[in-house]
Design a protein around this ligand. Structure first.
Ligand code: CAA
Length: 299
């Protein structure tokens, strides 16, 4: 059952949606930094559209270093769903503050939980909505602490950008528990078993510089300002391509994380074949041949 807050948010989103005109990116004149009606209902996040075609969610619970409480995750899911449904948003940036992307799941919320409550309520399961419902690319822009669930949330995004001094880690072992939002699986895929084992068993942090070197992050920047500019620029670049091709590209890369090589290559080839049925493939290749600029129709 959806919470009242979630339903209110969705009502706000459908009002916001009526302002969106189905259009392709080249026709968007300028970036809008506006407050959607839904945003005013958010307590723990901020939502904006800082560049054409780019939606940004900023975690905003500064006093708790963006600790990921259930109400925060509910808002995050609602905002991401609205970006997914928006015809104008084509890429998403998920970020926190300069001091903290997120310092983990909310320890104060978790402390009194019992096994049966966590089990029966499927505690933390809704965090994965991000990975299942959002088909548009998400760039995680990480500055400061990305610990425990914060590290796991970053690992759920499609591309991680960070500052060199960002502080990643899975410190759950120090709390007498283990990662619970995919850290043992995604971090292991990113850095290999031995390094993941060391990080998870010791709870030691690793820097943004190391994250880039190990392939956890695509890029590490010298400053917070450069990080945000880099993330928005990449999101804007992605937003300039065909929605159909972008969604297909995200899907085939993600498939590589779940299936063996042979099945993955087969899946990619089928998707590649399918794109010959899209108008944007014809538009893109014709524009190349005619030395023109493709005007995507997202079909
Ligand atoms: N949950 C709840 N509150 C948190 C929090 C968290 N994960 N992390 C920080 N806070 C709160 C602190 O309690 C403090 O609140 P008060 O001012 O009310 O005391 C406030 O944020 C500021 O934190 P600090 O004073 O500790 O700030 P600092 O700069 O000295 O230290 C820190 C920063 C190293 C990140 C430290 O806050 C810390 O170690 N936080 C916990 C990190 C952690 O263990 N995360 C994993 C959580 S478990 C998990 O995420 C499970 C999972 O896999 C899903």
């Amino acid at each position: 059952m959806r919470s009242v807050a979630f339903n209110n948010t969705l009502r706000g989103l459908s009002r916001a949606g009526s302002r969106f005109q189905p259009t392709t990116l080249p026709r968007i004149a300028a970036a809008r930094a506006y407050s959607t009606p839904a945003e005013s209902q958010y307590e723990f996040i901020q939502v904006s559209e800082p560049r054409p075609g780019v939606g940004q969610v900023t975690l905003n619970r500064p006093k708790a270093l963006n600790a990921l409480s259930t109400p925060l995750i509910t808002e995050l899911n609602a905002a991401l769903l609205s970006f997914q449904q928006s015809p104008t948003i084509r890429a998403i940036v998920l970020t926190g503050s300069e001091r903290a992307f997120a310092a983990g799941a909310d320890i104060k919320e978790m402390a009194p939980l019992t096994f049966s409550k966590a089990f029966l309520d499927s505690f933390i399961e809704s965090w994965s909505n991000l990975t299942f419902t959002v088909k548009k690319p998400i760039i995680g822009a990480v500055s400061g602490h990305a610990l425990g669930g914060g590290c796991e949330l970053a690992l759920m995004t499609d591309i991680i950008y960070c500052t060199k001094t960002a502080n990643f880690g899975q410190p759950e072992i120090k709390l007498g528990t283990i990662p619970g939002a995919g850290g043992s699986q995604r971090l292991t895929r990113a850095v290999g078993k031995s390094k993941a084992m060391e990080l998870i068993l010791t709870g030691k942090s690793f820097s943004g510089e190391e994250a880039e070197r190990w392939g956890v992050a695509a890029r590490a920047f010298d400053s917070y300002e450069e990080l945000m500019e880099g993330a928005l620029k990449t999101a804007e670049t992605i937003a300039g391509y065909s929605k159909v091709a972008v969604q297909a590209a995200k899907e085939v890369v993600n498939k590589s994380q779940e299936v063996g090589l042979r099945d993955g290559v087969e899946y990619e080839r089928r998707m590649f074949h399918a794109l010959f049925g899209s108008q944007d493939q014809k538009i893109g290749m014709k524009a190349f041949a005619e030395k023109g600029k493709a005007k995507w129709v997202d079909e």
